[in-house]
Design a binder for this molecule. Structure first.
Ligand code: 5GP
Ligand code: ZN
Length: 116
């Protein structure tokens, strides 16, 4: 459920401080420490799952909650209709550095495609 060596488990448990945007029984959202856009919020499940690659059949509801919360925060911040981006980096080649699954909610500026 929780990994004592995991940075984001520690944030979810309150052992390491973060600017919490939302928390409930299942999900925690907090400001990224190194924001890449005017809005840069990380949305994580409380349960420790290392990455998208580690998702299992039993994780579908949790994954849906993470995505839905990203959308709710985007709505609350008025990021539509301009739009926003939600990113899951998976693995080293995609830039994943913290191995507790998280959605990056990025908004408040334009985004190019394809991504870098
Ligand atoms: P990844 O590179 O794994 O997709 O994303 C990890 C994100 O976590 C990065 O955007 C990084 O800035 C953020 N991050 C790393 N350490 C901390 C921390 O201690 N607190 C917060 N709020 N964000 C962090
Ligand atoms: Zn964790």
């Amino acid at each position: 459920m929780s990994d004592p060596n995991c940075l984001f488990c520690k944030i979810a448990g309150g052992a390491i401080p973060a600017k919490i945007v939302h928390q409930d029984e299942h999900v925690v959202a907090f400001e990224d420490i190194n924001p890449q856009a005017p809005t840069h919020v990380l949305v994580i499940p409380r349960a420790h799952v290392a990455s998208l690659d580690a998702l299992a059949d039993g994780d579908h509801e949790m994954a849906g909650r993470v995505m839905h919360r990203a959308a709710e925060i985007a709505r609350a911040r008025g990021l539509m209709p301009d739009g926003y981006r939600v990113v899951f980096n998976c693995g080293p080649g995609a830039g994943q550095t913290v191995y507790h699954i998280h959605a990056h909610l990025l908004g408040g500026r334009g985004f190019g495609w394809p991504p870098g």
